[in-house]
Design a protein around this ligand. Sequence first.
Ligand SMILES: C[S@@+](CC[C@H](N)C(=O)[O-])C[C@H]1O[C@@H](n2cnc3c(N)ncnc32)[C@H](O)[C@@H]1O
Length: 851
Amino acid sequence: MAIQKKHAKARLDKYYYLAKEKGYRARAAFKLIQLNKKYGFLQKSKCLIDLCAAPGSWMQVAAETMPAKSLIIGVDLSPIKPIPKTIGFQGDITTEKCRATIRGHLKHWKADTVIHDGAPNVGTAWVQDAFTQNELVLCSLKLATEFLAPEGNFVTKVFRSKDSSKLEWIFKQLFSKVEQTKPPSSRNVSAETFYVCRGFKAPKHLDPKFLDPKYAFAEVEEAAVNMEARVFNPDKKKRKRDGYDEGDWTQFHEAPVSEFIQTQDPIDMLGRLNKLHFRQEKGGDIAQAALDKLTETTEEIRLCCNDLKVLGRKEFKLLLRWRLKAREVFGLRQKSTAHTKQVAEVPAEGAVGEEVATLESMDEEMKLQEELKRMKDSRDKTKRKERRRENEKKQKEIVRMQMNMTTPSEIGIEAAGPEGGDATFRIKDVDKAGVARDILKGRMHTQVAPEKEEEESEEEDSDEDGDQLERELDNMYQQYQEKREDRDTKARAKRARKLGRGDDGEEFEGFSGDEEKGAETDGSDADLVEDDDDDSMDSDDEEAGNGLTSDLLGKDTKEGGLTRRAASFFQQDIFKDIGGLEEEEDSEDEKERDSGIDVGTNSSPELNAKHEEGDEDNDEDFEDFEEDEAEDDDDDEPETLEAEEEEENWDEGTEGPPAEERGRPNIDIITAEAMTLAHNLATGKVTKSQLLDDNFNKFSHRDVDGLPEWFLDDEGKHSKIQRPVTKEAAAAIKEKLKALNARPIKKVREAKGRKTLRAARRLEKLKKKSDGLAEGDDMSERDKGNAIAKLMAKAKKSGKQKPKVKVVVAGGQNKGGGRPRGVKGKYKMVDKRMKKDVRGEKRAAKKRGKK
Ligand SMILES: C[S@@+](CC[C@H](N)C(=O)[O-])C[C@H]1O[C@@H](n2cnc3c(N)ncnc32)[C@H](O)[C@@H]1O
């Protein structure tokens, strides 16, 4: 239970809170906002159909964005609470009835855009579960082909699977432009992606088979499932992304054990089934009873049969052995002879040969494979080690040269390797190794780490032992980091930030299939262990290009005639804010993070302080706020803005006007240190130059060369300057956060506004009436006063209508705690006696009043 809660909490990300604040019914709203920002189809549409629209956030976005008086129709299996300026109804998009209802609403109109965000409702109706998302997409496309106007748009969510390419092909037949994209608000862990299809070709005739899932998704030939691998390598479980097999709705299969004993293909059964049962059905196989009583049928065997999907290799073997014994008992198999081996080579007809042969050959083959793998691993290891040594030497040389410790002419003199005097510094080789770019950045890499060291060679330094230990430590640290990244998305994001990925400030353009492939190949960078060099260096190198030669040569004639040395001196962080020197855009975010000043964004810290996590492949974003109210995520660490730089480019429209528009930088102070600093600056306690001077401290020019990464990481965490924090600043930040947390959500604000408006109207009415009374001549002053007082009392009463409290008698159905059945709103539990007493008292009071 606790795990579920944590998981749910982790899913509440920035978009969840943004949607809440902006009054959208689900975070999914931002997907449409971001898609529309990229393709701009909503502004151009006058009629839109939203298929699978509940709870209705896409309809809200459409109603906001489309021109006035547009027709917006939404349909979903679940009811959609009314949304102004839209029509919503309940229906199943796969049915004829739904089609007819849409037709009825459209009348003679044609839709300019059809949007579809459907996901099978897991748990609502199991048949619907099986109706996979891709089939739902086909259904929505079918509706789109019927209702779309020529040149219309179709936007749909698709889960990546083996069928998505087929869908893409179909889209391309019907639309002139088809693009696949994934907006930033769609979680990375989700397999969902979006297709934006524009320019509907509106074919006059469409073969119904074309959009029939049976034909559209038909496989040319289903690849045979390797049951042997499933049984003999059960640990490697593959996630089933391809959906259910046709007609296989339950995904649970069982068979009687007798069938397992008799079958000629036991491996297939073990791989395919979930359970082997010992049940004896009427008129069933009598062998079941015999098997149940067999002495070989131990408790362990029964347990194994009960859930085949959790078994390991050992248990499968146990079952197979048990089967052979049972077959011997039933006379289905003669005892295996010493000829087993021969049998394995020349499979004889009948059960004996076939079975033993299968087992033997499998074992042999696996042994061979393991042996081969071992050999390959050790060969790779040796190769990697050699390569790494070479690289290290080359890197050392380069660093020395960059530090002016050596001149280019010296390079290679000490490092003459087995390939000749200048082999170490052969730029071609460095480039080939794929590390040239990183070397240029001054990063100390260990490309791929070996696990063990070989014997030391005689020529190696005397401190090689220490080096080896260090390398081992490095490797262990790298492995530790990789493991952590595997487990923890935050660690992965941190790492990505550190590597400077996503810092280019370019607008996110979504991923096309190709780009993703590219990204995968780029990901090889992740194998490198890097030091903490700042990003300014990176961008320099980027400008210089990848070539090592051009970079080194280019550095002497840099920046306004400065020498390389001077230029590198002025590139230090402390000079970045000084006018006249070029600023590196890349490092801006880093500075923001360190300084605790949030520049140029309106998003509140509470919104940033949320996880971007979740690991469901199905519909990730479906957070219906009506049910899911405000959980606080205080214990989560703040997520820096930098990581979402790309996303903010998508978000512009949703985050308020940019700071520059308002004529001043939008600076948000979010930490106590920054607040103290700002306060000191504002009150003149420190000057700008003092601030600059302050930056010359023991932390600003640390020599990190050659220090291992784990050490630098640790230093980065703890060894940093402790800036003073005043009580007032801390209190101010606390207050600010409190205020932000207390800020009501849009719905509440609106409700309060409406209440105030109503009260103002009532007052206005009252004023008019009392003025009328006061001015009239037909009443005495006293009567006038009484009448006005009465009016006011009435108005006061109607202003605060107390909710009725329902009195429920305890006992009977309403025994025990909890809300009684069928009672809504406030209620009070009383016992019978009390109810009678209260009634009696009321009656008595009434009588007394009459007297
Ligand atoms: C991710 S939600 C849609 C969220 C919606 N776009 C929004 O912005 O609020 C997916 C919806 O698909 C609906 N759905 C699934 N199968 C359906 C079907 N056959 N017909 C209609 N709606 C369906 C579900 O009821 C669910 O509400």
